[in-house]
Design a protein around this ligand. Structure first.
Ligand SMILES: [Zn+2]
Length: 234
């Protein structure tokens, strides 16, 4: 058996391994596990953010409430206004204007406080519902982890059988050639070795250079200059 034939045989077996790897990577078992894992990893940060937002809104609401009280207190000074300035028309209108301005300010502040309180409530609700979700995902996470581990262990067993076969096949292949194959495999090139299509790479379509054609004629195998696959002539 030529080296090419041995390598083809090896690749054929190796393809089974790659299929299992791809299947496992795209499996629902893995997806569910990774999804809940990512959610759980980000949850503490998100809870902290909601917490900080609620605290900030509460602080602002407290500050505005204090301001409101101060203004309400100031407005009281105008209560005795009518007696204070009984006969002087111009001054009365000045004080009245001031009192009205203050009343307007208080009204606006009241509105601000109300909307801030609503915001505090909303953040609080968001926090609580997120926390509920965290608890439910935490449960999912544990379950999906166990399901995934069982699934992965099953796949590992399947893979071990193939790996054993690959070890046997590898014994007959020159180490240097196999090392090159493994390097390409790690670069996710597959298939690694393929039959040449005329004078072109069967996978990427690149035509062989003159030197490439000579090497192929001489050694029976050449690397595609574009995608670096092994090309051989049957
Ligand atoms: Zn190519």
């Amino acid at each position: 058996m030529s080296n090419i034939e041995k390598l083809l045989r090896y690749q054929q077996e190796d393809e089974k391994l790659i299929k299992i790897e791809q299947e496992a990577a795209a499996s629902e078992e893995r997806k569910n596990y990774v999804q809940s894992k990512n959610f759980m990893a980000k949850a503490p940060e998100k809870l902290d953010q909601l917490d900080a937002r609620a605290a900030e809104a509460e602080r602002t609401a407290a500050r505005l409430s204090q301001k409101y009280d101060e203004l309400a207190e100031a407005l009281k000074d105008f209560d005795s206004l009518d007696e204070m300035v009984s006969n002087e028309g111009a001054e009365v209108s000045f004080y009245k204007k001031s009192a009205l301005a203050l009343q307007e300010k208080i009204k606006a502040l009241k509105g601000e406080i109300a909307s801030l309180n609503a915001a505090v409530k909303a953040v609080d609700e968001e926090y609580r519902s997120f926390k509920k979700k965290v608890i439910s995902v935490q449960k999912q996470y544990k379950e999906s982890h166990d399901v995934y581990v069982a699934y992965r262990d099953g796949k590992k067993k399947e893979m071990a059988v193939i790996e054993e076969e690959l070890k046997k096949l590898a014994k007959d292949i020159p180490a240097e050639l196999l090392a090159k194959y493994q390097t390409k495999r790690s670069e996710r090139i597959f298939p690694i070795i393929c039959n040449i299509n005329g004078e072109r790479c069967a996978k990427c379509g690149m035509e062989l250079s003159l030197a490439g054609k000579e090497k192929l004629a001489r050694e029976g195998v050449v690397e595609c200059e574009n995608c670096h696959r092994f090309l051989y002539k049957k």
